[in-house]
Structure formats: structure tokens, C-alpha cells
Design a protein around this ligand. Structure first.
Ligand SMILES: *[C@@H]1O[C@H](CO)[C@@H](O)[C@H](O)[C@H]1NC(C)=O
Ligand SMILES: *[C@@H]1O[C@H](CO)[C@@H](O)[C@H](O)[C@H]1NC(C)=O
Length: 352
């Protein structure tokens, strides 16, 4: 499923490099006092104890955005329509084994009411969700049914607002020309209005290049409409790619573009990783790009080493998701292999 996006990224990086963005030095803003213990009074802080039932309102429920920095959790594809049992087991694993605070959904499951199972598993595991309205690559209007189904569950399930941190339109609807950008602005604003009572923010899961590509026909209006950034950071596909250890300038190229163009909005790296192998859908655009388990691991280690920088990025810091939980979900990108064995030791910091 990544293939089109990835192809795109090559083009995107080429564009980015044609207009290099200045490397800014970001002065740390005031250090948030939220340390582990203090933050444990909010969801989904590590150490937070879930109540037996949802409280009366979401006021003071969510942790401050500024605590959503460093490693947050995993991208998790639901196209297999995993059972509730599996969702609960794997969400709990994300929480307990890796100190994950969120899952970011990827793909789609069109079974009626499926998002109720996601909510149930997230509540059970004590983990927040970046939900997703999937566009796909076909330019069809299936997303309309998915949108209505998801909005309905968000209203009907009393736990929905307490585990759903964000509603994303994705993946890469701008890059894929899946929708006219101005129509996407309307979708974002309508969804926000629809969910205003639940206070669920709206975003679009997209590459910097998806916005850049539409810079003159609505891309910047989309960037202005979303509540925060869910950025796709996939440096393996850059024309400049070599090893993961050398990828930081590619990452900051995109990050700086968002910092320079998004008016201080909170930034998440929602779809973010480096593949351990190539496949028909995963082909590099640089002859020097290396894909192996060492480089998949090195990429996450590199991000982990930038924890104190991510903490101070304007807008409330950068929080990153690892793409993706299992090899069964995206070949080459799994942190677990297809037998459920870790491909490498994975213990990134969730705070610093
Ligand atoms: C939100 O959207 C859903 C699905 O289209 C609809 O059923 C519901 O009435 C809407 N709710 C509000 C408050 O707009
Ligand atoms: C990448 O850097 C890390 C940390 O310095 C090092 O342990 C690792 O061996 C490097 N990877 C490669 C492929 O050289």
C-alpha cells in the first residue's frame, strides 16, 4: 500500500532539494514541568490508571500536547480486520512492552461498527488512537461511507472521545490526488464541526510533498485547516538516501518545511520508518539506499538520539510513531517479523 506514496516521495524530495529550506536553530522554549509522575494524572500518560468507566467530560482528560514528544507508539494497519482479542493483546503489548501511548491506524476495515472494537481494545490497553478515514488509491468515493461510519461510532460509543486523540484523513490524499484540496478543507471543517461536542481534533496524514505539490491549488489551505500535523517521514525513498544513519538531513528537510509553513502547529511523525528490505512496492530512488534490519533499527535509534531536540521543537515538540507494528502489516517495515519475533531490540525513549 505504500508503493504509490513512496514513489511520490522521491519526487517530493527532489522538489524539496530544489528549494532548500533554511536550517533554523530552535531555541528551547520553557521546559515543560510535566515529568512522568505529574503527567500520570492525564491520559494516556505512562503510569495513568484507567477509571472503571468514562468520566462525565473530556475536560482535563488528555495530557497536554507538549508531553506528546519522543516515541509515542506504532502505526498499526487494520486491513486484516483483526479480532477484538488480537487488538486487545497487541494494543496491550504496545503499551506494556514498548511504553507506547498511542496507536496510529493505517488501512481500513469496512466491517460494520469495527471502530467499536478499536475503542474497546484501546480502553482496555489504556492507549490513545489516531483514527483514520482511509481514501485508498482508487480515487473512488468509498471514503464517504467510512467517514460516516466512523463519525457515527464516535458519537454513539461513550468511550470514543476518551481514547480518540485525533481523526485523520489519509493516507496521503493530497499526494494521491484522491480529493480536490479545497474539498478536503471542507471535509476537515465539517468533521471538526461534527465532532465539536467531543472535542476530537482533525488532521490529514500526509507527506510534506503532498502539501508542496498543491502549494498553488489548495494545499496550503489544507495545512491551515488541520488542527495539527500528522507527517509522513520516509527518508529511504529520498533521491539522497544512503544509510539510515545519514538520513537526518532528509528528516529535517521535511520537518523544517512544516516548521516554516504551519504556523507553529503541533507535529507528529505519523508514518515514519526505514525498511529492512525492498519489495515490489518498496523500491529506493537512490542507488546508495541500503535496506536491511540494521538500517531499520539504526533509523529508530537515530530518532531516539534526537529526543531532547524533539522535545523542544516549537508547537509542543515532535512525537513519532514507528511504522509499523508487524511485518504482516507492511512487509519490510515491521518491528515484529511475521512470526511475532522482534527483528531487533526495540526500546525507544518515551521521554527525556
Ligand atoms: C455527524 O456525522 C454523522 C455521520 O454523517 C451523522 O450521522 C451525525 O448526525 C453527525 N452529527 C453531528 C452532531 O453533526
Ligand atoms: C549507525 O550508528 C550507530 C550509532 O553510532 C552504530 O552503532 C551503527 O553501527 C551504525 N550503523 C552502521 C550501518 O554503520
Amino acid at each position: 500500500m505504500l508503493s504509490k506514496a513512496l514513489l511520490a516521495l522521491a519526487v517530493g524530495i527532489a522538489t524539496v532539494q530544489a528549494t532548500p529550506s533554511p536550517t533554523k536553530t530552535h531555541k528551547p522554549e520553557h521546559e515543560p514541568e510535566h515529568k512522568h509522575a505529574a503527567a500520570a494524572n492525564c491520559f494516556p500518560a505512562l503510569g495513568f490508571t484507567m477509571p472503571s468507566s468514562p468520566p462525565a467530560s473530556v475536560a482535563n482528560w488528555w495530557c497536554d500536547y507538549s508531553t506528546d514528544y519522543a516515541f509515542l507508539g506504532f502505526s498499526y494497519e487494520i486491513t486484516a480486520c483483526q479480532s477484538l482479542t488480537q487488538l486487545k493483546r497487541e494494543f496491550k503489548d504496545i503499551r506494556q512492552t514498548f511504553n507506547g501511548r498511542y496507536v496510529r491506524l493505517y488501512g481500513f476495515c469496512d466491517n460494520q461498527g469495527y471502530y467499536n472494537d478499536v475503542i474497546e481494545a484501546a480502553w482496555y490497553a489504556g492507549i490513545g488512537v489516531h483514527a483514520l478515514i482511509w481514501f485508498g488509491f482508487d480515487g473512488d468515493t468509498k471514503y464517504l461511507g467510512r467517514r460516516d461510519a466512523l463519525l457515527s461510532v464516535l458519537h454513539s460509543n461513550p468511550k470514543a472521545a476518551f481514547v480518540t486523540r485525533a481523526l485523520q484523513f489519509g493516507s496521503e490524499p493530497l499526494y494521491d490526488w484522491a480529493i480536490n484540496p479545497y474539498d478536503l478543507v471542507t471535509e476537515v471543517n465539517n468533521a471538526r464541526r461534527n465532532l465539536s461536542a467531543l472535542q476530537i481534533p482533525i488532521t490529514v496524514s500526509e507527506m510534506a510533498y503532498g502539501y508542496q505539490e498543491h502549494q498553488n491549488d489548495g494545499g496550503m489551505a489544507v495545512l491551515g485547516a488541520i488542527d495539527f500535523i500528522d507527517a509522513h517521514i520516509l527518508p529511504f525513498f529520498s533521491t539522497q538516501a544512503s544509510t539510515a544513519n545519514n538520513s537526518w538531513p532528509i528528516v529535517t528537510g521535511d520537518l523544517n518545511w512544516f516548521l516554516n509553513n504551519a504556523n507553529g502547529k503541533k507535529i507528529y511523525f505519523s508514518q515514519n520508518g526505514w525498511p529492512s528490505k525492498t519489495s515490489s512496492g518498496v523500491q529506493p530512488n537512490s542507488p546508495s539506499a541500503v535496506s536491511n534490519v540494521q538500517n531499520e533499527n539504526d533509523y529508530f535509534k537515530l530518532l531516539d538520539s534526537k529526543c531532547s531536540y524533539f522535545k523542544t521543537v516549537p508547537g509542543g515538540g515532535v512525537g513519532w510513531f514507528a511504522h509499523i507494528y508487524s511485518e504482516n502489516q507492511e512487509p519490510g517495515y515491521g518491528v515484529y517479523d511475521s512470526n511475532g519475533v522482534l527483528k531487533f531490540p526495540f526500546a525507544p525513549r518515551a521521554e527525556c
